[in-house]
Ligand binder design. Structure first.
Ligand code: ATP
Ligand code: FE
Length: 358
């Protein structure tokens, strides 16, 4: 089994080829870093154009790096959501063109399911049921994965996701946004005192597994304003005092943002163990899971319950084609795929599957 995975749900155009045994034959990501830096966020129309410009090349590069032609593929997997529909369409049309031209089955993949399931490619011991914390730019989910395609959502964000809070903190602190904001905040936080700015932990009074990051974002914005930090002055030019107070804010924000995750995860583990006592793993995935501080703190949480933390390597935590190909493989094995589309009908943008996680 050899599956091509295509991902275009947000600002990365990604493709990868993975074998049924989990061997990654190739992996290509083209990111819209320049657009992101120029506009401080993703503009759907521009993102769509950027995907359209590179999608053919990205897929070709994935085939070339794997030394394969389309004829040697078994199926094509593609993200059908959630994401920006203009952007998703570029990937779906490409997948349907390849599948139609080479008579290949097509597998519809849920982006968040893929963030979770890629952990099973990395950790072969990871069996269902398991608990997953999915933390990225648009989602903050605690999910109990009973079986493939069978998930219970224990918690979600009532406003923003943690990645959005990292990105805005980076922007307001004037950090380098050429990559996403998260890594820049993580790096600066290493220089700061995490106890210096007293941010309050979100939703302490709500004894559930939901999340909220909008209030913390506002607290960060106010802290920056009250210290007269000018985000237009680059970090490298700022006085050392300015740099250290920015680092203090970064570290204090990161500490509280992650304390919120820790608290919710503890409750979720306790709930989950009551429903599925055989759970042995907490999967943490999505872009924010590449943060080393997040990993270290959540590792402490799971150790209390004798569970094992499974975090994919950073390049499989952020958006990538491997997770789409792998989730395609898992679904293909249980017969969840569509027959090859007609060769000249790439416009049929049908979303066939219903998911519990949306
Ligand atoms: P979603 O998966 O919700 O649709 P997305 O696909 O845009 O969102 P991902 O690529 O999965 O997001 O994750 C990107 C997010 O991860 C960004 O908000 C980014 O700032 C954050 N991120 C990436 N690396 C780190 C890091 N080291 N520390 C904190 N956040 C990070
Ligand atoms: Fe994602």
């Amino acid at each position: 089994l050899v599956v091509l995975g295509i991902e275009t749900s947000c600002d990365d155009t990604a493709a990868a080829i993975v074998r049924g045994n989990g061997e990654i034959l190739s992996q290509v990501v083209s990111s819209q870093a320049d657009l992101l830096a120029r506009y401080g966020g993703v503009a759907p129309k521009m993102a769509e154009e950027a995907h359209s410009q590179v999608i053919d090349q990205v897929v070709q590069d994935a085939l070339d790096k794997a030394s394969l032609t389309e004829r040697e593929l078994s199926a094509v997997a593609v993200t059908i959501g959630p994401g920006l529909s203009l952007c998703l369409r570029v990937g779906v049309q490409k997948a349907r063109r390849v599948a139609g031209s080479f008579n290949l089955p097509i597998i519809s993949v849920h982006h968040m399911e893929a963030h979770a399931l890629v952990a099973r490619l990395i950790e072969k011991e990871l069996q269902f049921p398991f608990l997953a914390l999915l933390i990225s730019g648009g989602h903050n989910l605690l999910v109990l994965a009973h079986d493939l395609g069978h998930y219970t959502q224990l918690g979600t964000t009532i406003d923003d996701a943690i990645g959005e809070a990292f990105d805005k903190t980076a922007k307001w602190l004037g950090l380098d946004m050429r990559k996403s904001g998260g890594p820049a905040v993580e790096q600066l936080a290493q220089e700061g005192d995490a106890e210096s700015v007293r941010f309050s932990i979100p939703m302490k009074q709500h004894k559930d597994c939901n999340f909220s990051y909008a209030g913390l974002k506002t607290q960060v914005k106010l802290a920056i304003a009250s210290r007269n930090i000018d985000a237009k002055v680059p970090l490298s030019c700022a006085s050392s005092l300015d740099r250290s107070s920015r680092a203090d804010i970064a570290a204090s924000f990161q500490r509280v943002a992650v304390l919120h995750l820790e608290e919710r995860c503890e409750r979720a583990v306790e709930w989950a163990l009551k429903i599925e006592p055989s759970i042995k793993h907490l999967v943490v995935s999505g872009g924010v899971a590449s943060n080393q501080y997040v990993r270290a703190r959540l590792d402490q949480v799971v150790q209390k319950y004798s569970l094992q933390l499974v975090c994919p390597p950073p390049n499989l935590c952020t958006d990538n084609g491997v997770m789409i190909a792998w989730t395609g493989i898992e679904n293909f094995r249980v017969g969840r795929y569509d027959p090859p589309p007609p060769a000249n009908d790439p416009d049929d943008f049908m979303v066939r599957r219903k998911y519990l996680m949306t």
